[in-house]
Write a protein that binds this ligand. Structure first.
Ligand code: UD1
Length: 471
């Protein structure tokens, strides 16, 4: 249930309930990838015609991107995971703060808007619970292509007489900057050579989509891309692959709960680090023709992981592995190298009895045989999903507020986990359940993490953002 509490934002006050610990056993169909579909939707703006996307997840971020595209004059229809975008009537309008602010990835419209209209007006993604999200790399690259950028407070105005291909090197492989550059370069005159590009699978998917619409891109999948711009794009139909982060979340949930699952259509070829870590934690994981099968008997073993740009361990799965480590046998070490504030789920996991000590980039987790019930607050998308996974390892009932964060990226986490036998359901609520109040965890028996450790959850490292907010 949505509740509008200001002109700026709507929040979803529904509460997730998990009854108690139960082993998973079943098959979960993996939805289409959020991080792939969003840039592909943005790129559809480059074509004055029709784009048809299949296997599109019905998630809040997709609805938000549809709303922005419609605001810009596109017509969008989403039916049974098939999204048709007609961008023939699009025209330049400033993206309102209320829309841009709802979704950090709205910044990825910068490249396509410049490519289509020669102009873009939107606002900075701003800070968010997982980190600052600067955009200096995006802006510096676009300037190399002839774009003039003006920023006033949170607002960004960019314009260009003629987008021109350029040689661009990224000092850090930013996913969003790579995507913005590719989309602008596809519309630019001349050749763009991009080195130091991010190699996340979603970038390869964006390149494949653009190529299917007529763009000329080589080096796809590598950190050196060459885009010959200015090709006229044509109507295209494209299938969005399965979401490796959602599949990894459910693998993490399996580590928490025990049992077995088949993750149908999980993109195993893009999950190597995640699979390696699950195996190190004692799971049996097998790639099968219909998906990824995984099983684990008893508790996971302690494990270590270090997040990093692809092909490193995805930062988006760090929170769920923090949950898994909380019930592992021994001490696990988890190092976060991508976002400065991505240990935020730790504070809520501690309310369920997890022993987590955070020191800078490092979390030291001493596993216990089970967690306890309690009431916790999802504060970001992946952290929220991690709490649901942790709930599967709790002896008592768990309530998770802040479901609005989770539905940004998970189409129906209850349906998915129920398909694997979990007792989880959503209670629609119109009034604030008061989750942000500090509460003793139900049945916690004095086992909460130390407040000192919880207090360490604020921004810990400024040095994640070297490529800061260049103007
Ligand atoms: C994308 C993903 C997000 C994922 C992240 C890293 C989407 C919609 N989102 O986010 O789920 O967690 O990649 O895999 O695909 N940085 C700078 N300056 C910049 C840009 C980034 O310093 O101009 C820093 C960021 O602060 C962060 C790091 O680089 O510390 C990674 O950011 P980036 O790769 O850009 O992530 P996003 O594209 O925002």
């Amino acid at each position: 249930m949505k509740y509008r509490y200001s002109d700026q934002e709507e929040i979803d006050l529904s509460v997730l309930h998990i009854r108690k610990r139960r082993r998973l056993d079943g098959t979960i169909g993996i939805q289409g990838s959020k991080n792939a579909v969003l840039p592909v939707m943005a790129a559809s703006l480059l074509h004055r015609g029709i784009t048809v996307l299949s296997h599109v997840p019905a998630i809040e971020d997709v609805f938000c991107m549809m709303e922005i595209l419609e605001w810009l004059g596109c017509s969008c229809r989403l039916e049974e995971h098939c999204l048709t975008i007609d961008a023939s009537g699009a025209s330049m309008l400033p993206v309102p703060d209320t829309m841009a602010g709802r979704m950090r990835s709205s910044i990825m419209l910068l490249g396509p808007m410049l490519g289509r209209f020669g102009e873009a007006k939107t606002s900075r993604p701003g800070g968010c619970p997982i980190g600052k999200r600067p955009i200096g790399l995006h802006l510096a690259a676009l300037k190399k292509m002839g774009v003039r950028v003006r920023t006033e407070g949170e607002h960004i105005s960019a314009s260009v007489l003629k987008l021109t291909g350029a040689r661009i090197h990224l000092d850090y492989p930013s996913v969003g900057a790579t995507e913005n550059i590719i989309m602008a370069a596809a519309a630019a005159e001349g050749v763009t050579v991009l080195t130091g590009a991010a190699r996340e699978p979603e970038i390869e998917i964006l390149c494949r989509f653009l190529a299917s619409a007529g763009a000329d891109i080589s080096g796809t999948g590598s950190d050196r891309l060459m885009i010959r711009g200015g090709r006229t794009l044509h109507d295209t139909a494209f299938a969005i692959p399965g979401d490796r982060i959602v599949a990894g979340t459910y693998l993490g949930a399996l580590l928490c709960a025990g049992g077995q699952v088949l993750l149908r259509e999980a993109p195993a070829e893009h999950m190597a680090e995640c699979i390696r870590t699950a195996r190190a934690a004692g799971a049996f994981v097998e790639v099968r023709p219909d998906g990824l099968f995984a099983s684990i008997k008893g508790r996971p073993e302690a494990f270590s992981l270090v997040t990093g740009p692809y092909p490193g361990f995805p930062t988006d799965l760090q929170s769920v592995m923090l949950a898994a480590a909380s019930v592992a046998d021994g001490e696990s070490l988890i190092q976060e190298n991508v976002f400065e504030n991505r240990f935020c789920a730790a504070k809520e996991l501690q309310k369920l009895g997890a022993h987590i000590i955070i020191n800078g980039r490092m979390a030291r987790v001493t596993g216990r045989s089970s967690l306890c019930g309690g009431r916790v607050q999802a504060e970001d998308l992946r952290g929220g999903a991690a709490l649901a996974a942790a709930g599967l390892a709790a002896d008592g009932p768990v309530r998770i507020c802040g479901y609005g964060h989770i539905r940004r990226g998970y189409e129906d986490i209850c349906r998915d986990l129920q398909d694997a036998g979990a007792e989880i359901w959503l209670e629609e609520q119109t009034e604030d359940a008061g989750c942000d109040r500090e509460e003793e965890a139900d049945g916690a028996s004095g086992s909460r993490g130390s407040s000192a450790a919880a207090g360490n959850c604020g921004p810990v490292h400024e040095d994640y953002n070297h490529y800061g907010d260049g103007q």
